[in-house]
Unconditional design. Structure first.
Length: 378
């Protein structure tokens, strides 16, 4: 999304300079003193402050748009930008400001134990960041220190949440309502509409527990005569998926595929299934499905519950309930007028909300609001 937004702004004649650092640098810091320094840098990075300050002094932007400050830039980057007279915008791609794991998910379940707390002690107790108490402590310290210092209120002019659902979580955690706006992700190029017929069902994503891949497989085990299922992706549950497909000929796993190959598969599919068990951010795969006119069946959970319009762009089912997924799949397969309506609605949603033109209009609106100190209406 960072690359797509950068390219779009440049293509439309705006002057943009990118400052990119890579957390791969962290792998080189393995000694105890280096690990301690990294923990302190998570709270306040002098190097990150200097990097941002030098970039701003050289380029003199009106707005500095942050996508990620963790670990190497840290919130010190906001202070650097503000000290040079620039306005600060931060896209909230995940829940890092209020959750050490960034995903509000722990031990296979949604977890909001730390939302709204001044100090996220439950995260420390459960070692929520990479199973490490010391690494989690650094994150918890960063959250608490900048909440106490008023960083989120004084140093950031606009926070961009990707959905109304995410926006509500950040409001609950204490981010100022006047600075929170909603701007969804987008697709930089229109792939064109596919052929919305009774095609196979499609899953595209990481093969991991939170993505609901086990719910998906269980539905096909229970469902009997369901459409053929194609699974695209890779991840820690790849072995389970491979074993399942060997026993169930109606399911195939094709591994990782490029974006172009995914779009091709979508154009000939009948439905995209998203059985997530966690609060998704804003999956690009959903926008791709809408772009080609592919209906979506999704868990009635978090942002997916908001992004899938029941009976208009897709259908929803109770999360973690394979039989409920089976019933929705059968309903869709048996109702051709419904399939056509959902396909039309999916494409219409893309044209209305997720095109490059709509995205550019919205992001510039947010920049203008930040530049004059007025966040635009959510």
């Amino acid at each position: 999304m960072f690359d797509a937004e950068l390219a779009l702004l440049r293509e439309r004649g705006h002057e943009v300079e990118a400052l990119v650092v890579d957390n791969a640098e962290i792998a080189e810091r393995r000694s105890l003193p280096q690990s301690i320094a990294l923990g302190l840098n998570t709270v306040w990075s002098r190097e990150g402050h200097q990097r941002v300050q030098r970039a701003v002094q050289g380029f003199r932007p009106q707005v500095v748009h942050f996508h990620n400050t963790f670990h190497l830039i840290s919130p010190s980057g906001y202070y650097a930008a503000k000290s040079e007279g620039a306005r600060v915008v931060q896209t909230l791609h995940n829940f890092r400001l209020l959750c050490a794991s960034a995903i509000l998910h722990r031990e296979g379940k949604v977890c909001e134990d730390c939302v709204g707390r001044r100090v996220a002690l439950p995260a420390l107790r459960h070692r929520c960041f990479r199973g490490s108490r010391s690494a989690t402590a650094a994150l918890v310290a960063m959250q608490a220190a900048h909440r106490a210092a008023g960083t989120w209120i004084r140093q950031v002019d606009a926070f961009i949440a990707l959905t109304d659902f995410a926006c509500a979580k950040f409001l609950k955690a204490g981010l100022p309502a006047r600075k929170l706006v909603v701007k969804p992700n987008f697709l930089p190029n229109d792939p064109g509409r596919g052929d919305a017929r009774v095609g196979n069902a499609l899953f595209v994503g990481r093969l991991s527990p939170e993505k609901g891949i086990r719910t998906l497989m269980e539905a096909w085990r229970l469902g009997g005569e369901l459409p053929k299922l194609t699974i695209i992706g890779d991840g820690p549950l790849a072995g389970e998926v491979r074993s399942f497909t060997q026993r169930h000929p109606g399911v195939e796993w094709v591994g990782w595929r490029s974006s172009e190959e995914v779009l091709t598969a979508m154009k000939s599919a009948g439905v995209l299934v998203m059985p997530s068990r966690w609060f998704e951010g804003f999956p690009r795969v959903l926008v791709e499905a809408y772009a080609v006119g592919l209906p979506v069946i999704a868990s009635d959970l978090g942002s997916l519950a908001e992004l899938v319009d029941e009976g208009e762009t897709g259908l929803k089912f109770r999360p973690d309930e394979p039989q409920a997924l089976v019933e929705v799949l059968r309903r869709l397969e048996a109702d051709s007028p419904l399939r056509r309506r959902l396909a039309d609605g999916a494409r219409r949603a893309f044209e209305t909300h997720y095109t490059a033109e709509r995205h550019l209009e919205r992001v510039l609106e947010i920049y203008r609001g930040a530049a004059v100190g007025q966040a635009v209406a959510r």
